[in-house]
Design a protein around this ligand. Sequence first.
Ligand code: RP5
Length: 171
Amino acid sequence: MPQIGVVLGSDSDLPKIVSGIELMNKFGLEYEIRIISAHRTPTEALNYAQSAKERGLQVIISVAGMAAHLGGVLAASTTLPVIGVPIASGAFSGIDAVYANLQMPPGVPVAVVGVDNMKNAVLLAAQIIALSDKNIAKKVEDFRGQQREEVIRKDEKLQQDGYRHYLQNNS
Ligand code: RP5
């Protein structure tokens, strides 16, 4: 049974979330990926949100660009946490999707991550699931530890090499 429901507004959004899918695989998160449009398939969007909780989903990640109402439409019909990933597509390069996700009316929240930032959506979903799942909590802690070590290693190298050599060796 999936823990995370990833809902794409279009198959054209799929290439933008591949690294996030790989992160879910790395963490051992159970997920499903669906293409459901708030505008083109509104009935399916409503049905998905209304049945999500009883199907056992814990978090929904909504991925959409342009007039990205998907997160809001899903959030309106479920009390599961909904995380919106605004996608850069169309004339406004994602700022339209940011506003569409961000400016929900008080009472129906959508948590919004950065443009195309599926990685942060997955990490936030993992942190929510980690509240009641020790195995995922350990994965989140390990991830943070590895990230920290990587930055410290880079800083040590920069101190040793100086910026010119660092740039030559790492570009
Ligand atoms: C949104 O419109 C989708 O999420 C996508 O980002 C954008 C363009 O969709 P397509 O015309 O490529 O299907 O609803």
